[in-house]
Design a protein. Structure first.
Length: 147
């Protein structure tokens, strides 16, 4: 799978470890930064890079990591067509795919270690969208009016 990945300084170590693991598993990963834990960088910029890669078709899915996962999630969801989910558990990762067709996963680098984050990411990547009655709901997210 083609995946665009990015983090801010707080998520760098987890993102870096996950990118390495994804590549070992045979995924094509475009690491869009940050490239080091310092200096401090702003998460909206990196969320935008991943969102634009997914929306343009340059990536099938996106991975974002910041301290809590929340800032990246909020920023990515500003892009119409992005359905980003902050996932702390395998269950949340599965449901974000099954019922919401999430195309970007956001993970908290200050809460999860790379070892804890990996199974969550694995479930998210492996879970298909259920479609059916969820199709209408997921697509309605993309059609919400801008405030």
């Amino acid at each position: 799978m083609k995946i665009a990945a990015a983090s801010d300084h707080a998520g760098f170590e987890v993102k870096d470890a996950l990118v390495r693991r994804l590549r070992e598993e045979g995924h094509d990963v475009d690491d869009l930064g940050a490239t080091a834990p310092e200096p401090r960088v702003d998460y909206p910029e990196y969320a935008g890079l991943v969102a634009r890669a997914v929306l343009s078709g340059d990536a099938e899915r996106g991975l974002l990591v910041c301290g809590s996962g929340l800032g990246m999630c909020m920023a990515a969801n500003r892009y119409r067509g992005i359905r980003a989910a902050d996932c702390l558990t395998e269950y949340l990762a599965e449901m974000s795919r099954r019922h919401n067709d999430a195309n970007v996963i956001c993970l908290p680098g200050r809460i999860l270690t790379p070892e804890e984050a990996w199974p969550i990411l694995e479930v998210w990547l492996a879970t298909p969208f259920d479609g059916g009655r969820y199709e209408r709901r997921a697509r309605a997210l993309d059609e919400l009016p801008e405030a």
